[in-house]
Ligand binder design. Structure first.
Ligand code: DLL
Length: 435
């Protein structure tokens, strides 16, 4: 019989049991951090807290946050809590500024990571019978190896094809009969677009599920992908600093993402005041790793904007759920004083007929005035149409965006397939103001 990895004991805990478990792990964590990581000793001392001050889960709020700047200041290995001989793997992700963020894993960390990724696949409906085409990049990026070990842990067949080489991806997908695809949603779109161009009958492909993440994508984008391909598109979330993919995953309900909160404790704070927000409210996601050995983090500010939703899901899991990430607090554009999230733009665009889900947001400054130009790819059909049709479409897009975003945008319609495609994370924002 096909196997799954559903840890019912830990994924379906009662609220009181979960809290008990989290508190127990947290107490050990703060002690370990204070004793083993000089950065934490300093930051605890500066905040006037000691490991012994953590007696209830609520006490966590007294402890200091960890930021990307802290990681940069301790680059590359200063935040590790175990000696190098216990670290069996490193990964890294490029930060928006300067040095990469480096993560070190012990053997146990790798094991736990495989476990949470196997849970992720199970959440998405995969079993040991699946053939997973893993098009996340292998290397320092956590996507490739994270999904690889998780797939093997599940007992599925993993095709370690990595990202890129789209022709080969299609060949393998057809010949090996891949049943699931791991990729960024933008790369998945590109793959299926190329498949259609090459005359591949998408209905004949065996892929039934897409395990998509590593970048922001909207509900509208999901609908578009599912409509075009007939697959079930599942959103998965994670970040290098916390483990990689495997931090949270949608189940087949596709409403929210289950956070594997027996390992990663989430909080939501107001990014301005740094105070916790009320349950269900939106804010910045903060994570504490509960049992990571090599690179444990306390109250790490992810900059990702979302909300948390406790309670039992229809699937039976009781882990806290997060809403799909809406954007990043450092990705939020402030244009003439108005906050604009790329996700808002995406949702609006994808809902308009004759527009392809490929776009780029170009921000510039002219005579000390910020400008917002949105490059939108149009469909082949409308492109070969009369110029009048294009003008009407441009006006329609502008009017919808202007009224929803509450600022004036400039729309530039571009030919099909002109916006540069990415084989990894898509580049949605071009901010020329920093240049
Ligand atoms: O992107 C890990 C990952 C790999 C997740 C494969 C899912 C699938 P980083 O390169 O460190 O790690 O980037 C982490 O990517 O803080 C978010 O801003 C963004 N991100 C990741 N997953 C999602 C998602 C991997 N499902 C950063 N939706 C995070 C929106 C996401 N943003």
């Amino acid at each position: 019989m096909a196997a799954i990895i559903w840890d019912r004991e830990n994924e379906c805990l009662t609220e009181s049991k979960r809290k008990e478990l989290q508190l127990e792990k947290l107490k050990l964590l703060v002690t370990k951090l204070y004793e083993k990581v000089p950065h934490y000793r300093k930051s605890f001392d500066a905040a006037g807290v000691k490991p012994g001050d953590l007696n209830r889960l609520e006490d966590l709020a007294k402890f200091p946050f960890t930021t990307k700047e802290d990681l940069a200041a301790n680059y590359p290995f200063g935040m590790l809590a175990e000696p190098m001989e216990k670290i069996v793997r490193v990964h890294a992700s490029s930060g928006t500024t300067g040095k990469p963020k480096v993560a070190g894993y012990t053997k146990n960390d790798i094991k736990m990571w495989a476990e949470v990724m196997a849970r992720t696949f199970t959440c998405a409906g995969l079993t040991s019978s699946d053939i997973i085409q893993n098009a996340y990049g292998y290397g320092l990026f956590t996507g490739g190896l994270g999904a690889h070990y998780g797939g093997e842990r599940l007992g599925a067949t993993v095709i370690p094809i990595s990202g890129g080489n789209t022709k080969r991806q299609l060949l393998i997908m057809q010949d090996f009969g891949s049943t699931a695809l791991c990729a960024t949603p933008s790369y998945a779109l590109l793959l299926f677009e190329k498949a259609a161009e090459a005359g591949v009958d998408i209905d004949k492909l065996k892929v039934h599920t897409g395990i998509f993440g590593a970048e922001m994508w909207s509900e509208a984008m999901r609908r578009e992908i599912e409509k075009k391909t007939g697959i079930n598109a599942i959103d998965i979330y994670g970040l290098t600093e916390i483990i990689g993919p495997g931090v949270a995953s949608e189940c087949l309900e596709k409403k929210y993402l289950h956070v594997f909160d027996d390992h990663f404790l989430p909080e939501i704070i107001d990014p301005e005041t740094l105070e916790p927000v009320a349950t269900g409210e939106e804010g910045e996601l903060v994570f504490t790793t509960l049992d990571k050995e090599g690179f444990p983090l306390l109250r790490y500010r992810t900059r990702d904007i979302t909300s948390l939703h406790p309670g039992e899901c229809a699937c039976g899991r009781t882990s806290v759920r997060m809403e799909r990430v809406k954007g990043r607090s450092d990705d939020m554009l402030i244009i003439r004083g108005v906050n604009v999230y790329p996700s808002q733009v995406e949702s609006l665009l994808v809902a308009i007929d004759d527009v392809e889900p490929h776009y780029q947001i170009v921000v510039d400054r002219q005579k000390s005035m910020d400008t917002l130009e949105i490059w939108v790819e149009v469909s082949e059909k409308i492109f070969s149409d009369e110029i009048k049709g294009l003008e009407t479409l441009e006006r329609k897009i502008k009017s919808e965006l202007d009224s929803a975003l509450l600022i004036s945008t400039k729309i530039k319609l571009v030919e099909p397939k002109t916006i540069k495609r990415s084989e990894g994370k898509a580049v949605r924002i071009v901010d020329k103001r920093n240049i």
